[in-house]
Design a protein. Structure first.
Length: 566
């Protein structure tokens, strides 16, 4: 039976352009003005790598028959630290696609396109509608691109000015030097204007009346397993019914989210303006000492601490509060200068169980964490001593994953001393996050499976690990999914080389309509494998009692306190 032919290159180009302009109309409407219908006037074809491109007089667009493959190769070492990268004069939509794919989902591309006539070509090559919708793609184009930039930042006060330029490796790259100079002038002017704007709005701010005050909360939209404080706050602030927490107005009206993962709301101006409009602010793991002078001293600043790092009290204002997720951090908070009356044990919020049926767990334990292969990164090849240290630690932990104890950084330092490595350039954080934590988790998983105990491994990367792939349960994609996964098992094994509680200690399962029960979590750091095995066996038999729960983070309570309610 003959196979129906797919759409032609020209048809795909027309659909791409139409789709992209419709998406851009919501974020950057000026892009939609002049380019409708132009894709049909071109000689579109599919390149040798399957991407869409042009042929002019029988020659490939800009002489490249593999535009996407070449763009990925050009940009594979791109390293952008800030929320926005400025891409200078991309010649093909493949450069946009490769840059966006290389960046994090929370980072954006601002493209300066010197020839406005090439913009419809760029927007015809790929479907960028999802990138426009996520505020990850912006343009300044044509002879008056500098004015476009200024207008863009005036219209998008939450969009951060780029701190880095991305220049393609082209023979005539020097022609972009004046572009960089002018763009730097624009970015500096934007920064100065925003600083003055923040100074002025702070000077004009009048403290909100208690019965009108709301809570500005810095949230997130990108789920990160065990690093999802922003998403957890977002769920409380806008996705749950505040009336269930005793907030008569409902949390959607009493809490105003500022999405730090959205490039269009990621600038400091957006946070300051919202905080001043509300009269109070809540941030995860960021205290006033981390951003001094950002907000007036008498504006209440709540810091929800989810890691052992406690921000110092000074220069905390009289209405500031520290919310700690783990009660064992209280002494550290007091040592950092906080008054006990200003510290609240807040715990973690339980993921929403409203859509989940009551669950009866299976006799299975789980490790829920992302992991990675233990191969040394390429950049260590340049440092023989660093590579030696990596391989030595890997071999040691594969034999005894519990050798780390409770402090991975201290373990790295001890092994540096053992091998006589005093190089201050050694990236200890890389060793901790990319070697020690995954090695400990993988080693514990192997030991538990060797004992014949039922174990499932949830999170990214497990399917790539030899000997463990068969136990992989797949990636965890959201807080709701996390609740579903945790609800299926008898216990969670906390395989981190750390003793502080994170969000897994607040996970619960729906045990009856409207009810829930805390899921047992077995800590492993600083313990013998025999003790760990005993707890796993007890939990599988339903005989292991969870640790004493801590109160759950409650935004409704904070709002009531702000308004002076009991």
């Amino acid at each position: 039976m003959p196979v129906a032919p797919g759409p032609s290159a020209g048809e795909v180009a027309r659909v791409n352009l139409t789709t992209n302009l419709a998406a851009a109309a919501h974020s950057q409407p000026t892009l939609t003005v002049a380019f409708r219908g132009q894709a049909a006037e071109r000689d579109w074809t599919f390149a040798r790598d399957g991407s869409l491109t042009l042929q002019i007089d029988g020659k490939w667009w800009h002489g490249c028959s593999l535009p996407l493959r070449a763009a990925r190769q050009q940009l594979k070492t791109m390293d952008v630290a800030g929320p926005v990268a400025c891409l200078l004069d991309p010649l093909h939509g493949a450069h946009l696609r490769a840059a966006l794919d290389h960046l994090k989902p929370t980072q954006a591309v601002l493209a300066i396109v010197l020839d406005a006539g090439s913009l419809p070509v760029l927007l015809s090559t790929f479907d960028f509608s999802a990138d426009f919708a996520a505020h990850r793609l912006w343009f300044a184009a044509g002879d008056d691109w500098s004015a476009d930039l200024r207008r863009l930042f005036a219209e998008q006060p939450g969009l951060a000015a780029p701190m880095q330029f991305v220049r393609l490796a082209l023979p005539d790259a020097a022609r972009l030097d004046p572009v960089i100079a002018e763009a730097q002038r624009v970015f500096a002017a934007v920064s100065d204007a925003r600083s003055e704007q923040m100074r002025q709005i702070k000077a004009d701010w009048k403290q909100a009346l208690p019965d009108h005050r709301r809570l500005a909360v810095l949230t997130g939209s990108q789920f990160r397993l065990w690093d999802d404080a922003g998403v957890a706050i977002a769920e409380l602030a806008g996705g749950a019914d505040g009336r269930q927490r005793g907030d008569p107005e409902g949390s959607a009206r009493s809490c105003v989210p500022v999405n730090a993962d959205d490039p269009a709301t990621g600038s400091t101006v957006a946070l300051v303006q919202t905080a001043l409009d509300c009269g109070a602010v809540l941030l995860a793991d960021v205290g006033r000492a981390d951003l001094p002078e950002l907000l007036p001293a008498n504006l209440p600043w709540f810091t929800w601490v989810t890691t052992p790092r406690i921000p110092p009290a000074a220069p905390a204002g009289p209405n500031d509060r520290l919310l700690i997720a783990d009660p064992q951090w209280m002494p550290t908070a007091l040592a950092a200068g906080w008054k006990q009356s200003s510290v609240i044990v807040a715990g973690w919020p339980t993921p929403s169980l409203s859509a989940l049926p009551p669950m009866k767990p299976t006799a299975t334990a789980a490790i829920i964490a992302d992991t990675v292969p233990l191969d040394p990164p390429e950049k260590l090849e340049e440092f023989s001593s660093h590579l030696l240290l990596w391989n030595s630690i890997r071999e040691e932990l594969q034999a005894d994953p519990l050798a780390v104890g409770i402090d991975a950084d201290a373990f790295v330092k001890s092994r540096m001393r053992r091998y006589g490595i005093e190089d201050p350039s050694l990236d200890r954080r890389l060793f901790v996050t990319s070697l020690i934590w995954p090695a400990v988790m993988q080693g514990l998983a192997r030991k538990i499976l060797v004992e014949g105990l039922p174990l499932k491994l949830y999170g990214k990367g497990w399917s790539q690990i030899a000997g463990l792939a068969q136990s992989s349960g797949g990636e965890v994609t959201s807080r709701q999914h996390l609740a579903e996964v945790a609800g299926r098992v008898s216990a969670i094994i906390d395989a981190r080389p750390a003793t502080w509680r994170n969000g897994m200690y607040s996970l619960a399962r729906a045990s009856q309509p409207g009810g829930q029960e805390l899921i047992p979590v077995i800590r492993t750091a600083g313990r013998t494998f025999g003790a760990i095995r005993h707890d796993v066996v007890q939990a599988l038999a339903g005989k292991w009692v969870p640790q004493t729960p801590v109160p759950s983070l409650d935004l409704g309570l904070l709002v009531r306190q702000l308004r002076g309610s009991p």
